[in-house]
Every structure is written in C-alpha cells, then in structure tokens.
Design a binder for this molecule. Sequence first.
Ligand code: OOB
Length: 556
Amino acid sequence: MIFNVFDEMKPVSQIWPDDLAARYRAAGHWRGETFGGWLRERAQAHPDKIAIVGGDTRWSYAELDRRANEMAAGLRASGLVAGDRVVVHLPNIPEFFEVVFGLFRAGILPVYALPAHRITEIAHFASSSEASAYVIAGRHEGYDYAELAAELQQRLPAVRQVFVARPDRDGQTGFADLAARGRAQPLPAEAGPKPSDVAFLQISGGSTGLSKLIPRTHDDYIYTLRESDVICGMDAESVFLAALPIAHNYPMSSPGVLGALYAGARVVLSPSPSPEAAFPLIEREGVTMTSLVPPLLLVWLQARPNSQHDLSSLKVMQVGGAKLAPEVARRVRPVLGITLQQVFGMAEGLVNYTRLDDPEEVIVNTQGRPISADDEVLVVDDLGQPVPEGEPGYLLTRGPYTIRGYHNNDSANARSFTEDGFYRTGDIVKRNADGYLSVQGRATDHINRAGEKISAEEIEDHLLAHPNVFDAAVVSIPDEYLGERTCAFIIPQGEKPRGAQIKQWIRDRGLADFKVPDQVVFVDKFAETAALKISRRELRAALRARLTTPEQGEQA
Ligand code: OOB
C-alpha cells in the first residue's frame, strides 16, 4: 500500500522510453535487483565475511544487513514514508552504510551531501528535494554538524527530524535510538521499493548555478556496479580502500564502495586520503584497489619512495574526477608498481574506464571508453553535427544508466538534454577509432578544482551580495597542483575591501570551503574595449588572459 506514494512522486523526467527500457532489460543490463535485495543475498551467502572496516569497527555482511533492517524499520517507525527524501551528510564512517541501506530498504531516498558542504548548500539540497529529515555524524573533525542542523531546521521547518550517527548531547536522536524503534516495530519482509524506482538523489557538479538533483534508479545504478566490477577486476577477494569522500559518485560507484559490496568484497574506510592515513590501512588490510583524484595521486607518488609501508597488495590505482596529465600518469607503474586506471565519469551517468589490460599508451593518454556497448556517445560541433574522428567536439550521451532529466527542474532539463534524450555533458572530448575518449576541456564555465566542481555563477552571485562589490567574475586559472584554481575578479564600490575579507565573506555565506576563491584580484573595469555586449563567458576568458600580466590589479 505505502509504496503507491512512491509511484506518485517519481519524476516523469526519469522515465526511459519504453523501447529503450525494453532493450536494456533484454540485454540483461537491468535485472530487476534492488539495493536492499542484493545486500540480503550477500549476507545470506557469506554472513561472517567482513563488509566494512572503519576506525575500530568491523562489520560482517550479516551485521550490516541486520543494522540496515533495523534502520529501515526505525526510520519508518519515526514517521517517514516511502518516497520521502532525507539529506545524508556523513563522512567516511561505517554508519554511512547502515543508514543508506536502511533508507534504500524503506524506499526513502537519500540525498547525498559532501562533508565539506555547509548551510547554504545543505539548505539548497533540502529545499530542492523537499527533504523531511537530515542525517549527520555529530561532531566531526572539529566541526559541529548539530549546529548546522539547528540552523537548517530554523530556515526550513519542513525538515522535521535530525538523526545523529554519533550523538554527543541530550535530546539528539541517535542511530541506536532508531535501531531500537526498528526492533520494536519491524518492517514486513515484503515491503520494499521496485527495481525501476528512484533509489536516491545524487548532487550534480553544478556546471551553471546551483547544484541539481540527479535521480538514479535501482536498476540503472546497480547495472553500473555490476559492469564496473567486471571492468575493474573487483571480486569477492578484493579489498577496496575508500580514500575520497564516499558520498561522491566516483568513490561510491565506479565501482567504489557500493561496487565492492556488490562483489562481496571488503570496504576499508580511510578518514582522510593522505598517505599517512591510507598507507598503514593498505598494509594492515591488504587493500587491492583504491581511487584518487589527480592532485592526490601526486601526493602519493611523492610519499611512496619515503614510506616503509608494505603496499604490495595494491594492484589497481584509479584516477579520475579531473584531467590527469600524461606525464604524471606515466609515473604510476614505475613508482607504485601497479596498474593505473583512468576514470572519466559524471554523476548524471556515463562512466568511461581505461581497461586494465590496455596498452600503456592508451592508459596514459586517454580517459577510457564507456562501460556499456549501449552507451551512445556523440561528439558534435556547435551546430550539433558529428565531428570527424579524432577532432574535438561536445560530448553528448544517452544510455542504460544516464539520466533523462534532473529532479523537478524543467529549465535545467531544457538546457541539458537534447530532444531525443541525450545529456549534454558540457565536456569537450576527442574520440579515437577504438571509442576511447580524451578530455580536452569544457564548454561550460565551471571550475574543476582537484575534482571538486565549482560553478563560477554561484560564487559570483554571493560576491555580488557584498556591499562593496560592484561587479564580480570568477574564473579558473590553470594550477600545477590543483589542476585549476579559482580567481575572483572584483570591481569594488565604496570602501575597497581586502582580499582576505572577500574570502571570509564567502565562508560566512555558509559555503563549502573549496568554493572560497584561491585568489582575489581587484580591477577598475572588466572590458577594455567598446564591446558593450560581452557574454559572461567571453568576459571570463578575457579576465583569465589578464592574469598573465599581473601588474593589472592588486592581488590578495
Ligand atoms: C565525477 O563526477 P562529477 O559529477 O563530480 O563531475 C563530472 C565532470 C565531468 O563532466 C568532467 O567535466 C569532469 O567531471 N571529469 C573529468 C574526469 N572525470 C570527471 N575530466 C577529465 N578527466 C577525467 N578523468 O567527477 C566522476 C563520476 C564518476 C566517476 C568518475 C568521476
């Protein structure tokens, strides 16, 4: 009965046309599995095998399954119903899995926030998803997420409940409380979502403006886990180290932590991606595979020769999220003695991998090819016409796990999807004769700062709210370490602020730290020419060029 509610809320934009859906089922891509269902199967197949290691915690598959059941029932006993949305804001701790699988089983949709997100982003996720609850760790790494929760509930009373993984004061509802409620009021065994239902909402990189919500179904996401496991050599003997934040699509599912659990492997959670945290865990747990972003790979390559840790269990190093320079890629095998796998993906769907047995030149120089033979990839020019092989063009894609639309966002959907359902990725790529892609750049003005995506427009809007800012333009500047860093060009008005004050302003606006401009440059005016109508994009390009003559402005 309750699941009728769920049918009603499913966004129409998520629905694949019948002919394509039938094709994906017939091809065996969508097999009618659900997250709650396969976890139970794994727990029955190997109950005592270790599923999750984090801090001092080691949970077997049976333990994780039991906790997820209690959590599902506890969430429903707390008044949440199938189809509700819950913002999940957790770091790499075991409780992440307990609550996420509990939500899956209850048919409630997690909305994933990154640990770095702050009130402005969380409030946006909660309001755009119409969330009715918020899940936090408590205090973590010196930050009190309970304060954030209090502010959220003040701004958005619709967020009626807050659940705290590790409560540290009276009055908080902890995960143990939820589990107790669940034990008192178990869910009927037959309850659960359908494979074609939306399982969760992922957050978009936010190419223009604010992040959008990405609806992924059980069917489509589980397909990527199954295929990624095969492509990346993840099996029941594997041990996956989650060094990056697991709420991000890449370490979550390419094949990531969920692919590892799907394979019956072991997930080891690292509290930080630093070699100091990760190397001892690799040695202790016999880690076979991990995933990094390019700047972290540099750090690992540098740290390796000075480290005494035995990393001989490690076989595959994935690198993705931002462009990896071939010179760096080339060092992986000699320095780490392992296979590099490049990963070029997006939370909206399409994921490309270099294959483990590809020739070194392919591994070093390309960002791989799609997961599926049914991934349709177009590389087109400004007019939407396919470009010749090997020429750069805009990447468009559709397929068995690429969304057909964002959640509740008609205007973004009109911009981001073609009429026949191709997603405009915003990436400029070249494709070779074998279907391998190499990323050339971007068509949109987001900044890819070490894999974290920042919308120039979003930051500009916050800068314009400053009383002493007349106009602002945020641009990406090539950076040796980060790949790209952010620079805010500002035309001041009234009393000229200092660069440090501008940075503090962004922090005080309640934004994630990675969105604070790395550099602030004050200028008198933006355009030198008589061009009255200059697009934001042209303006940002012109300003970026200015930084090669830094005497133009004061830097901070
Ligand atoms: C991953 O997902 P998102 O949604 O944070 O960002 C997607 C965008 C892509 O459109 C592209 O612009 C960039 O990130 N990107 C890369 C890249 N991988 C992602 N650019 C160059 N080289 C790469 N290898 O970042 C993501 C999701 C799943 C798997 C891997 C990455």
